[in-house]
Design a protein around this ligand. Structure first.
Ligand SMILES: Cc1cc2nc3c(=O)[nH]c(=O)nc-3n(C[C@H](O)[C@H](O)[C@H](O)COP(=O)(O)OP(=O)(O)OC[C@H]3O[C@@H](n4cnc5c(N)ncnc54)[C@H](O)[C@@H]3O)c2cc1C
Ligand code: FES
Ligand code: FES
Length: 1343
C-alpha cells in the first residue's frame, strides 16, 4: 500500500452540479454512484459489462492537447468514479425532464414510438444527445455509429432510428426509389389524414409538432472545471477504497516514479479490460495507477515516415486521427491506416471506443484483438518509457505471445505507438468475422501485408497475423518466410493455404468452439486478400504499362471483395386510418404515443429497482449449483456469515411453508438437477457484501448419473417430463403409399434467451402488522407471485400485495420465474424482519432462468411431383430442462400450431418434452410456434427442391383456401391469410425480384442472394377457458378524473395506453382525464398472466364493461343535463349518491382441447400474416446482409396502429435474432457459457433490414374481440423466419452451383459458422477435420 496520506477529494460535476466525494472508492463505478449515491435512477443497469448501452451517459472533459471540450458517450457501468476527476457527467435527468423542459431528443424518441418497455430508452437518448452535442446536424451514418452500442429488445430499432433521423441533414423518408416519395404511397398523397374512411396512412407521428433543436439550451461545461483543467499545478490524487487504492498522478514523471514504487500495480486507462477482469474474473490489484491525466500519453506526432499516437488516445480518437491522416496522404502510404479504420468501425460500440485506449488495447493482448494483428503486420513499434529512459520494441509475435523477454518491464509503461506509412507495392488488409456485423467480438480477425519487388508480382515481404485462433494473436511467420520470392498466382495461393493451415493449428477442443469454421476462415481470409491484392496489382501494372500477365479474375468472383454496407434502414409503415365519422376525442384506432413514452425518455419512469431504498433494507444474492446432477453433501456457511455486514443466509430449512413443488424446489434440498439451480441466498446490508459472501459459501457435491443435456441423450435415457402429445388426421401410412416422392429430414432449432433488458428484480417489504407483505416485482403474473409467496410462507393471499408498475421487457420470461425470486426474497424478509431487495445480475439471470425450448424435429413428407403434399409425419422433441415449468403446455401448443397455414389431409404430429440437466426452459413469445413451424416450413423447402419448384409455389399450392377445419377440427376461414399472402407477394414485388435474385446469383460466385416468403396462421389465446377472463376497476373522482386499473401488466406492449384508449371511447372523455397507476393484486385480484397475445383483448373487454356500468349509472344524470360537462355530471352523480366506482369483468372465450380425441376449439381466433425477406450472403465468411423485408399482417381494426406495428417489428427482429444470431452455448458439463451480451448476440441497430416495410391488412374484421382488434404480441416472431429461409435459399443457390445436394440439415440459428460451412468449397475441403471421439468440445449442441 502507498504511504497513506489524506485522501484526495474527488471533484466532478453531474448535470451541472458539483460533486465532492471525500471517500471515493476505486471499486465503485459511475453507474452505482449515480443510482445509489445521487439517486439518479434514469441510468439503467442491464448487463454491467459495457455490452448493452443501457447505462450510457455523456462525459465532457477539457482536452489538454486541443484545448477543446470533448463530449463522449460512455457506459457508466465500466467507468470507475475515480477516473472522473475534473469531468462533467450528463445523465438523462440532466438532458431534460417532464417537470421542466423536454429535450428534443427525448420528445422525438417518445413521439416517434421509439419506446416500448422504455428500459433501453435513457441509454438511447444519451447516445443521441451526445451525438448532437458534437454534430447538431449529423449524417445518418453518424447516427448509426452512435447507436451501434445500444441494445433494445423491444422495438426492433426502426422507430428509434426514425426519431434520430429527424435531426439528420438529409432525411428523405423511404429511399426505395430515391425520389423522396415512398414507392408504397397509395392514392394522391398517401399520408395520414385522420377522418377519411379506408385511407391508408403511412405516418405514425407528425414531425411538425417537434420542437427544434436549440443547442444554446444545453448545459455548459462548468467554468470551475475549466479553471481546474487550465491550472498548471497537477497534484497527484489518491483515493482509498476498502480494498483498493487509486493513484492518479498529474505528470508523466510522477507516474514513472510511482511505477518504480509499485511495479505490480497496473496502469489504468479506459478500464474496459481491467475493470471487467477485476469484477468477474477474480483479478485483484490493491493499487491502481491511473494514467488518465497524463497529457504526454495523448500526443500525436506526424512524421514523414509514419504516425506516433499516444497510448492514452481513445480508440475513437485513433480512428479520427487515422481518417485525417488518410485524407492527407497518398493512398499507397495509408494501407495500414485504412486497415485499422476498417476495424475501428466495427470494434465494440461507440461508448467502448470512447473509453478504450490504444495503449490498453495493445497491452491487453486479447486473443480476439481486432487491432493487434494489424499493428503486428504493419511493423509497428511500441515506445516504452520508465524512469530509466525510453526504449522501442517491436509489436511482434514475441510481444503478442507475452514472452517475458518481449514484455514491458514492470517499471515501464507504454507511452505511444509508432505506425509507419506503407509504401508503393505494399498492400495491407484486415478481415474480421463475428456473429453479427457490428458490436460483436470477432470469431477470427486477420491482417495481411505483402510487399512486392518493385514493378513485379514477386513477394519480397509477407506478414500474416490472426486473432481468435489461439490464446494470443498469432503471426504466421514460417508460412510467410516460405512464400518469399513466390509470384502472386494460384499456385502461391494453394501453397499459402496449405502452409497456413499447418502453422495456424487449432485444437478441436479450443475455447470458443467453432473450430472448423475458424480454420476455414484462416484460408478464406487469405483468399480474399489474394484477390484484393491481385486487383491492386493489375491496377498498378496498368499504370506502369507493365506487360506482365496477372491471373485473370472473372467478374463473378470479384464480389468476394466488397464489405457489406452499414446503411440506415428505410421503409414504410402502412395502416388504415379511422373512420371519418369517428369523433376527434375518440383515440381508438389512432397512433397514440405510449403512455409512459416521455417518462421513459427522461428517465422518470420508475422500474422495480428504481424504487428508493426503504428503511433497513437488505440486499439478497443467490448461491447456485455448480454441478448439473449431484447430491449435496455439505453446505458450509461459516465463512460467509463471518463477513462484515452479512445478516443471514437463507436455506430450505428457513421456509415456513412449502418449498416449491416436489420436483421443482425453490431452494435445493439434498440434490441439484442443473447448474444454476438456487441452493441458498445471502442477505447483507449491501449488494457488494451479499455478492462477496455468496462467493464464500462452500458446497460439496457428489455427482449423480446420468447427466443428460441433449435431446439425443434424453431420448436414449427415456427421460421425459410429460406424456407424448399427438394429433392425427387421415391415414398417413396409406397416403405415403400413393405419393410420387417421399422425403425425410431433420431440423434443429437452438434455444433463445429472453434477454429482457431489465433483469429479474423484486423488493419485498414486510409490514409490522398481521404478517402483511408488499411486493414490488417485475413480473407478467403478479397473482402467481402472490400465490407462490403465500404457499411458501404459509400465510393467506389476502396479506400479500404484489405491485407491478412496469416491466422492462418480459417476452414470457417473467411469467413463471419471478414467483420463485419473490418467494425466496419473502422468506429472507420474514426471517430478518427487514425489507429485502433482489436484483439479478445479467450473468445470473441468464444462468438461472432458462429460455425458449431448443427443438429437434424429424419429418417424413409424401407429395406428388406437382408439389401437392399428401402426407406429413412430424415428430418433435423439445429440451425442457430439469423441471416441468411450462414444458407440457409448450409441447401442446407446438403440436396444435405445427400445421401453420397448410391443409394437408393426412397428418401426424407428435411431440415430447425431454427432461435434461439444464436450467428449466419456460414460456417465450410464440410458445413453441416459432420453433415448431420451422420444421413445417423446412419440409416445404425440401419438397420444393425435389419438385424443382419454388418453395413459394409449394406453399401456395398447399395453403388453406376455403373455410375449413384445422387438424384439431376447429373451423376457421383463411380469407385473411390468403389476402396477406397475396398482398405480401404483390407489395414485395416478389416475382420480379425472384428473377433479379437468380440473375445476381448467376453473376456472382462468392456472393449469393436469397428470397423467401413465409405465410403465417397464428392462434391467439391460452387454449383453456379459465385463462380467458379479466377484470378491471374504474374509479371516477369528484373532480372528474378517472383512475383505471385492470389485470394486465405493462411490459412495454402498451397495454395501459390501449386500456385508456378503450376507457376514453367508452366514457366519451379525452384520455387526458385518465390515469393508470400500476397493476396491483389488491385492486384487481386473481389475475391471469399477461401473455398469449390476448392481454389487451381480454382486459380491454373488462375495462369496457366497467366503463359501461359507470355510464349506465350516469345515464339519468346526463339525460337531465345533456349539455352539461363531464365534471358537471360527476358532481351531480356524487350529490345523488351514485357510486362512481365500478368493477368490470370479461368472462372470456370458451376454449377447450380434448387430447384423447384430438379435437377441440382451443383458440378464440387467429392472426394471419406473411413476410418476404431478401438477403445476401458472403459464401467465404458466412456473413449476411438483410436487403429488404415486407410484412403484411392482419391486425383487423388496430386499437393503436403505432403500438401494433411496434409489436410486429419488435417481434420480427426478435425472431430474426432467434433464427440468425442468438446462440446459447453449453459446456459438456452442462454449464451455460454464453452469459452476457458479449457472448450472446441479440440483433443490434445494424441488423434491421435495409428496407423494412410493414402494412396492416385493411378492411379486416373479427367480431369476437374488443372493437374488432387482434392481439399481435407474439405472432411477428415467426415471420423472422423469412430471413432464415432467405438465407437457406441463398445457401442452396451456392450449393447448386457447386454441384452439392440442396437438402442439408436445417439448423437454426443460421449463424455465419453454419452458413459458411454449408457453402462448402475448396477451402472447406482443405481444412483438417477432427474425429469427434478424440477430443472434448468446448460446447455441445443441446437441440
Ligand atoms: C463491451 C466490449 C466490447 C469489446 N469489443 C471488442 C472488439 O470487438 N474487438 C476488440 O479487439 N476488442 C474489443 N474489446 C476490448 C477493448 O478493445 C479493450 O478492452 C480496450 O481496448 C482496452 O483498453 P483500456 O484503455 O480500457 O484498457 P485498460 O482496461 O485500462 O487496461 C488494460 C490493460 O492494459 C494495461 N495498460 C493500459 N495502458 C497502459 C500503458 N500505457 N502502459 C502499460 N500498460 C497499460 C493495463 O494495466 C491493463 O493491464 C471490447 C471491450 C468491451 C468492454
Ligand atoms: S449496463 Fe452498462 S453497458 Fe449494459
Ligand atoms: S424499449 Fe428498448 S428494451 Fe424495451
Amino acid at each position: 500500500m502507498p504511504c497513506p496520506s489524506r485522501p484526495s477529494d474527488l471533484v466532478f460535476f453531474v448535470n451541472g452540479r458539483k460533486v465532492i466525494e471525500r471517500n471515493a472508492d476505486p471499486e465503485v463505478t459511475l453507474l452505482t454512484f449515480l443510482r445509489k449515491n445521487l439517486r439518479l435512477t434514469g441510468t439503467k443497469y442491464a448487463c454491467g459489462t459495457g455490452g448493452c448501452g443501457a447505462c450510457t451517459v455523456m462525459v465532457s472533459e477539457h482536452d489538454p492537447i486541443s484545448k477543446k471540450i470533448r463530449h463522449v458517450s460512455v457506459t457508466a457501468c465500466l467507468v470507475p468514479i475515480c477516473s472522473l476527476y475534473g469531468a462533467a457527467v450528463t445523465t438523462v435527468e440532466g438532458v431534460g425532464s417532464i417537470k421542466t423542459r423536454l429535450h428534443p431528443v427525448q420528445e422525438r424518441i417518445a413521439k416517434s414510438h421509439g419506446t416500448q418497455c422504455g428500459f433501453c430508452t435513457p441509454g438511447m437518448v444519451m447516445s443521441m444527445y451526445t451525438l448532437l452535442r458534437n454534430h447538431p446536424q449529423p449524417s445518418e451514418e453518424q447516427l448509426m455509429e452512435a447507436l451501434g452500442g445500444n441494445l433494445c429488445r423491444c422495438t426492433g430499432y426502426r422507430p428509434i432510428l426514425e426519431s434520430g433521423k429527424t435531426f439528420c441533414a438529409e432525411s428523405n423518408g423511404c429511399q426505395q426509389n430515391r425520389t423522396g416519395k415512398c414507392c408504397l404511397d397509395q392514392g394522391e398523397n398517401g399520408s395520414s389524414s385522420p377522418g377519411r374512411k379506408n385511407v391508408l396512412c403511412t405516418e405514425l407521428f407528425s414531425k411538425e409538432e417537434f420542437q427544434p433543436l436549440d443547442p444554446t439550451q444545453d448545459l455548459i461545461f462548468p467554468p470551475e472545471l475549466l479553471r481546474m483543467a487550465e491550472n498548471p499545478e497537477k497534484p497527484t490524487l489518491t483515493f482509498y477504497g476498502e480494498r483498493v487504492t487509486w493513484i492518479s498522478p498529474g505528470t508523466l514523471k510522477e507516474l514513472l516514479e510511482l511505477k518504480v514504487r509499485h511495479p505490480e500495480a497496473p496502469v489504468v486507462l479506459g478500464s474496459t479490460s481491467l475493470g471487467p477482469a477485476m469484477k468477474s474474473q477474480g483479478h485483484f490489484y490493491p493499487i491502481l495507477l491511473s494514467a488518465a491525466r497524463i497529457s504526454e500519453l495523448r500526443m500525436v506526432t506526424k512524421t514523414s515516415d509514419g504516425l506516433t499516437i499516444g497510448a492514452g488516445c481513445s480508440l475513437a480518437q485513433v480512428k479520427d486521427i487515422l481518417v485525417e491522416r488518410i485524407s492527407e496522404l497518398p493512398e499507397e502510404k495509408t494501407q495500414t491506416y485504412r486497415a485499422l479504420v476498417r476495424h475501428l468501425q466495427s470494434l465494440a460500440g461507440q461508448q467502448i471506443r470512447n473509453l478504450a485506449s490504444l495503449g490498453g488495447h495493445v497491452i491487453s493482448r486479447h486473443c480476439y484483438s481486432d487491432l493487434n494483428p494489424i499493428l503486428a503486420v504493419g511493423n509497428v513499434t511500441l515506445n516504452l518509457i520508465s524512469e530509466d529512459g525510453a526504449r522501442r520494441t517491436p509489436l511482434d509475435e514475441h510481444f503478442l505471445a507475452g514472452l517475458a523477454s518481449a514484455d514491458p518491464k514492470p517499471q515501464e509503461i507504454l507511452e505511444s505507438v509508432y505506425i509507419p506509412h506503407s509504401q508503393k507495392w505494399e498492400f495491407v488488409s484486415a478481415f474480421r468475422q463475428a456473429q453479427c456485423q457490428q458490436n460483436a467480438l470477432p470469431d477470427v480477425t486477420a491482417s495481411m501485408r505483402v510487399l512486392f519487388r518493385e514493378g513485379t508480382d514477386t513477394v519480397e515481404d509477407l506478414s500474416i497475423a490472426y486473432g481468435g485462433v489461439g490464446a494470443a494473436p498469432i503471426i504466421a511467420r514460417k508460412s510467410c518466410q516460405q512464400l518469399l520470392g513466390r509470384r502472386w498466382n494460384e499456385l502461391m495461393l494453394d501453397e499459402a493455404c496449405r502452409l497456413l493451415l499447418e502453422e495456424v493449428r487449432l485444437m478441436g477442443s479450443a475455447p470458443g468452439g467453432r473450430v472448423e469454421f475458424k480454420r476455414t476462415l484462416v484460408v478464406s481470409f487469405f483468399f480474399k486478400f489474394y484477390l484484393e491484392v491481385l486487383q491492386e496489382l493489375k491496377k498498378l501494372a496498368k499504370l506502369c504499362s507493365d506487360s506482365r500477365h496477372h491471373p485473370e479474375i472473372a467478374d463473378r468472383f470479384l464480389s468476394a471483395l466488397q464489405d457489406f454496407p452499414v446503411t440506415v434502414p428505410q421503409g414504410v409503415q402502412m395502416y388504415q386510418s379511422v373512420d371519418s365519422q369517428q369523433p376527434l376525442q375518440d383515440p381508438v384506432g389512432r397512433p397514440i404515443m405510449h403512455l409512459s413514452g416521455l417518462k421513459h425518455a427522461t428517465g422518470e419512469a420508475e422500474f422495480c429497482d428504481d424504487i428508493p431504498m426503504v428503511d433497513k433494507e437488505l440486499f439478497m444474492a443467490l448461491v447456485t449449483s455448480t454441478r448439473a446432477h449431484a447430491k449435496i453433501i455439505s453446505i458450509d456457511l461459516s465463512e460467509a456469515l463471518e463477513l462484515p455486514e452479512v445478516v443471514d443466509v437463507i436455506t430450505a430449512d428457513d421456509i415456513p411453508g412449502t418449498n416449491g413443488a416436489e420436483d421443482d424446489k425453490l431452494l435445493a434440498v439434498d440434490k441439484v438437477l442443473c447448474v444454476g439451480q438456487i441452493i441458498c441466498a445471502v442477505v447483507a446490508e449491501t449488494d457488494v457484501q451479499a455478492t462477496r459472501a455468496a462467493g464464500k459459501i462452500k458446497i460439496t457435491y457428489e455427482d449423480l448419473e446420468p447427466m443428460v443435456f441433449t435431446i439425443e441423450d434424453a431420448i436414449k435415457h427415456n427421460s421425459f417430463l410429460c406424456p407424448e402429445k399427438k394429433l392425427e388426421q387421415g391415414n398417413v401410412e396409406k397416403a405415403f403409399e400413393k405419393v410420387d416422392q417421399i422425403v425425410e429430414g431433420e431440423v434443429h432449432v437452438g434455444g433463445q434467451e429472453h434477454f429482457y433488458m431489465e433483469t429479474q428484480r423484486v423488493l419485498v417489504i414486510p409490514k409490522a402488522e398481521d404478517k402483511e407483505l408488499d411486493i414490488h416485482v417485475s413480473t407478467q403474473d403478479p397473482a402467481h407471485v402472490q400465490k407462490t409467496v403465500s404457499s411458501t410462507l404459509n400465510i393467506p393471499l389476502n396479506r400479500i400485495t404484489c405491485h407491478v408498475k412496469r416491466v422492462g421487457g418480459g417476452f414470457g420470461g417473467k411469467v413463471v420465474r419471478p414467483a420463485a425470486f419473490g418467494a425466496i426474497a419473502a422468506v429472507g424478509a420474514v426471517k430478518t424482519g427487514r425489507p429485502v431487495r433482489l436484483v439479478l445480475d445479467r450473468e445470473d439471470d441468464m444462468l438461472i432462468t432458462g429460455g425458449r425450448h431448443p427443438l429437434f424435429g424429424k419429418y417424413k413428407v409424401g407429395f406428388m411431383n406437382n408439389g401437392r403434399i399428401k402426407a406429413l409425419d412430424v415428430e418433435c422433441y423439445v429440451n425442457g430442462g430439469c423441471t416441468l415449468d411450462d414444458s407440457e403446455l409448450v409441447t401442446e401448443f407446438l403440436i396444435l400450431k405445427l400445421e401453420n397455414a397448410y391443409k394437408i389431409r393426412n397428418l401426424r404430429f407428435r411431440g415430447r418434452a425431454c427432461m435434461t440437466n439444464l436450467p428449466s426452459n419456460t414460456a417465450f413469445r410464440g410458445f413453441g410456434f416459432p420453433q415448431g413451424t420451422l420444421v413445417t416450413e423446412a419440409c416445404i423447402t425440401a419438397v420444393a427442391a425435389k419438385c424443382g419448384l419454388l418453395p413459394e409455389q409449394i406453399r401456395e399450392k398447399n395453403m388453406y383456401k376455403t373455410v375449413d377445419k384445422t387438424i384439431y377440427k376447429q373451423a376457421f376461414s383463411p380469407e385473411a391469410l390468403i389476402r396477406c399472402w397475396a398482398e405480401c407477394l404483390d407489395k414485395s414485388c416478389f416475382h420480379s425480384r425472384r428473377i433479379q435474385v437468380d440473375e445476381f446469383n448467376k453473376q456472382n460466385y462468392w456472393r449469393k442472394k436469397g428470397l423467401a416468403v413465409i405465410p403465417m396462421k397464428f392462434s391467439v389465446g391460452f387454449a383453456a377457458t379459465t385463462f380467458h377472463q379479466a377484470a378491471a376497476l374504474v374509479h371516477v373522482y369528484t373532480d372528474g378524473s378517472v383512475l383505471v386499473t385492470h389485470g394486465g401488466n405493462e411490459l412495454g406492449q402498451g397495454i395501459h395506453t390501449k386500456m385508456l384508449q378503450v376507457a376514453s371511447r367508452e366514457l366519451k372523455i379525452p384520455m387526458s382525464y385518465m390515469h393508470l397507476c400500476e397493476t396491483n393484486t389488491a385492486t384487481v385480484p386473481n389475475t391471469i398472466a399477461t401473455a398469449a397475445s390476448i392481454g389487451a383483448d381480454v382486459n380491454g373487454r373488462a375495462v369496457q364493461n366497467a366503463c359501461q356500468v359507470l355510464l349506465k349509472r350516469l345515464e339519468p344524470i346526463i339525460k337531465k343535463n345533456p349539455d352539461g360537462s363531464w365534471k358537471d355530471w360527476i358532481g351531480a352523480a356524487f350529490e345523488k349518491r351514485i357510486s362512481l366506482s365500478a368493477t368490470g369483468y370479461f368472462r372470456g372465450y370458451k376454449a377447450f382441447m380434448d387430447w384423447d380425441k384430438g379435437e377441440g376449439d382451443p383458440f378464440p381466433y387467429y392472426v394471419y400474416g406473411a413476410s418476404c425477406s431478401e438477403v445476401e450472403i458472403d459464401c467465404l465468411t458466412g456473413a449476411h446482409r438483410k436487403i429488404r423485408t415486407d410484412i403484411v399482417m392482419d391486425a383487423c381494426c388496430s386499437l393503436n396502429p403505432a403500438i401494433d406495428i411496434g409489436q410486429i417489428e419488435g417481434s420480427f427482429i426478435q425472431g430474426m435474432g432467434l433464427y440468425t444470431t442468438e446462440e446459447l452455448h453449453y459446456s459438456p458439463e452442462g454449464i451455460l457459457l454464453s452469459r452476457s451480451p458479449n457472448e450472446y448476440k441479440i440483433p443490434t441497430v445494424t441488423d434491421v433490414p435495409e428496407v423494412f416495410n410493414v402494412s396492416l391488412l385493411p378492411s379486416s374484421q373479427t367480431p369476437l374481440t374488443i372493437y374488432s382488434s387482434k392481439g399481435l404480441g407474439e405472432s411477428g416472431m415467426f415471420l423472422g423466419s423469412s430471413v432464415f429461409f432467405a438465407i437457406a435459399d441463398a445457401v442452396a443457390a451456392a450449393r447448386r452451383e457447386r454441384d452439392m445436394a440442396e437438402d442439408f440439415t436445417v439448423t437454426s440459428p443460421a449463424t455465419p459458422e453454419r452458413v459458411r460451412m454449408a457453402c462448402a468449397d475448396r477451402f472447406t475441403e482443405m481444412i483438417p477435420r477432427d474425429d469427434p471421439k478424440t477430443f472434448k468440445p468446448w460446447s455441445i449442441p443441446v437441440a
